[in-house]
Design a protein around this ligand. Structure first.
Ligand code: ADP
Ligand code: MG
Length: 358
């Protein structure tokens, strides 16, 4: 079972003309893969998923599921299970009736419905809830019931649209693990839509980063983190996010680059993304992990005012205010840093990214 999406485009008519929600998306998802589609609100994630599900008709493009072109096949014939943010469990039905509902619609015998609902409830560790009504369940239990309902459908693929966004932080992590457990067990391709890069980074085999209806980059979590292809992906993936400074290229060759930033020249090993030559305005990106902060204005390369020091585990997150914007650094908690004081900072040059300005 694989899913392949070719040149998918979806326009919506709006009063001012058309809104292009999805603009020429290509994706291919392998057998058993867990894929996340991640991007900011309004970038086209839900529309993409709804097209795959058959709930929207693409303006153009092709969707092939398990070798079959399903572009013109209605949603109920696509053998996919969907899970949404607002899980609609039917309030007047018991948990068991909710879980087995897709089987009832298919005309499966009552005995078989009961058997499968029980098995799915056991997988989700909620067998004791089968006789209860959704109103009697906690948020996490409802989510487990909803997952059980997708399991009984024995779908060819799972499609999930921000299924965790209404849960508190602790439940998020718990249900995240459940989703991964179900995925490992059934080994069906799963497309998981989220605006939360952390969810995508922790759950996925591969991630598609969407922005403004288009795919900015695709790759494994590691690839997106260590080799972002542009400023958008670099800024979106990773928490706390990458820092950026504007610079101008003085000289560039195969293995090193010289750049001036606010009057200071830096020479470092080239890690260039895109097309960069001498004289170009560029963006230098560096993650908070590679920044060193000094409690004086002399030792580092650039200066600023330490506006905030937040403890995270055995590290602190230091925010440095500068005329051109904030720089954030995660440094050892032993570092003697005081909020409100002038500081200087430098970075590990081997970890700098240079992005061309698009
Ligand atoms: P996401 O799920 O990433 O937040 P959506 O796929 O919901 O994004 O929306 C993508 C874009 O398409 C947005 O600009 C949204 O306003 C627009 N859009 C989505 N659905 C419709 C619709 N039915 N009619 C008009 N515009 C829509
Ligand atoms: Mg959405």
């Amino acid at each position: 079972m694989t899913i392949s999406i070719t040149s998918l485009r979806k326009e919506f008519p709006v009063s001012s003309g058309v809104e292009v929600a999805v603009d020429d998306i290509n994706m291919s998802i392998e057998e058993g893969e867990f894929i996340s589609v991640v991007g900011p609100s309004g970038c086209g994630k839900t529309t993409t998923l709804r097209c795959i599900a058959g709930l929207e008709t693409p303006t153009s493009g092709e969707i092939v599921i398990g070798g079959e072109d399903v572009t013109d096949i209605p949603a109920n014939k696509r053998k996919l299970a969907m899970m949404f943010q607002n899980i609609a469990l039917y309030p007047h039905m018991t948990v068991e009736e909710n879980i087995s509902y897709p089987l009832k619609i298919r005309g499966v015998s009552r005995k078989e419905q009961h058997q499968q609902a029980k098995e799915a409830a056991e997988i989700m560790q909620i067998p004791e809830l089968l006789e209860k009504h959704p109103g009697e369940l906690s948020g996490g239990q409802r989510q487990r019931a909803a997952l059980a309902r997708t399991i009984v459908q024995d779908p060819e693929a799972f499609l999930m649209d921000e299924p965790l966004s209404d849960l508190d932080a602790k439940l998020k992590v718990e249900i995240r693990k459940e989703i991964q457990r179900v995925h490992k067990r059934v080994e069906r391709p799963t497309i998981y839509v989220t605006h939360d890069q952390e969810e995508a980074m922790t759950m996925s085999d591969r991630i598609f980063v969407l922005n403004d209806g288009q795919i900015e980059q695709r790759g494994t979590p590691d690839e997106l983190y260590s080799e972002p292809k542009n400023v958008f992906v670099a800024g979106f993936i990773g928490n706390p996010s990458m820092n950026f400074l504007d610079g101008k290229v003085v000289d560039v060759n195969r293995d090193s680059i010289s750049i001036t930033v606010e009057g200071t020249q830096f020479d470092f090993p080239a890690h260039i993304v895109g097309d960069v030559s001498a004289g170009d305005e560029v963006v230098i990106g560096f993650r908070p992990e590679i920044v060193n902060v000094y409690p004086d204005t002399e030792q580092g390369d650039l200066t600023g005012d330490l506006s905030l020091v937040e403890r995270i585990g055995d590290r602190v997150l230091a925010t440095i205010d500068r005329p051109s914007g904030e720089v954030r650094a995660t440094v050892s908690a032993d570092n003697p840093l005081d909020e409100g004081e002038p500081v200087s900072f430098s970075f590990d040059y081997s970890g700098l990214h240079v992005f061309d300005r698009r």
